[in-house]
Design a protein around this ligand. Structure first.
Ligand code: CA
Ligand code: CA
Ligand code: CA
Length: 148
């Protein structure tokens, strides 16, 4: 499965895929796709939240921040993946990895539930909305960085 074919599973218009290829070619950033001044990378492997974040950092990016309706629509509802949200520092106090103010919440019903007092990392799910999960679980992850 190559990255572009994989992007095809995302429900939003193909336009973004073509644009993604355009920017990929332009910047030589294979595997990234472009949307509203940002570049997004979706992993093809599964890692813990921290490992996923480290992978993003290695790519000059960080885990995705979802604070606008538009980007919520862009990526939710298709697959499970770590996003850049955690309450590791203080239970119940959600923080985006880049320090962005936590204003938009998009929890799945009955989440966050902090099962076994051990769910401090957030994944988007394939059924609308976020779930807090154990940070040691292995999931795909989404990186985001500025395009310019
Ligand atoms: Ca905790
Ligand atoms: Ca928690
Ligand atoms: Ca949960």
């Amino acid at each position: 499965v190559n990255d572009v074919a994989y992007m095809g599973k995302i429900s939003k218009p193909r336009l973004h895929i073509h644009r993604s290829q355009f920017y990929s070619n332009l910047y030589g950033q294979q595997g990234w796709f472009y949307f509203r001044s940002k570049l997004y990378y979706i992993s093809l492997e599964m890692k813990t939240w921290s490992e996923g974040r480290q992978d993003c950092n290695n790519r000059g990016a960080d885990l995705v921040i979802i604070n606008k309706r538009a980007s919520v629509h862009l990526i939710f509802h298709t697959f499970k993946a770590w996003i850049g949200l955690t309450d590791t520092e203080k239970e119940g106090e959600w923080k985006w990895v880049d320090g962005t103010e936590f204003t938009t919440e998009y929890w799945k019903e009955n989440e966050p539930n902090d099962i076994d007092n051990n769910e401090d990392c957030v994944e988007q799910t394939n059924k609308k909305g976020w779930n807090d999960n154990a940070c040691s679980e292995k999931q795909m992850w989404i990186c985001e960085k500025s395009a310019f």
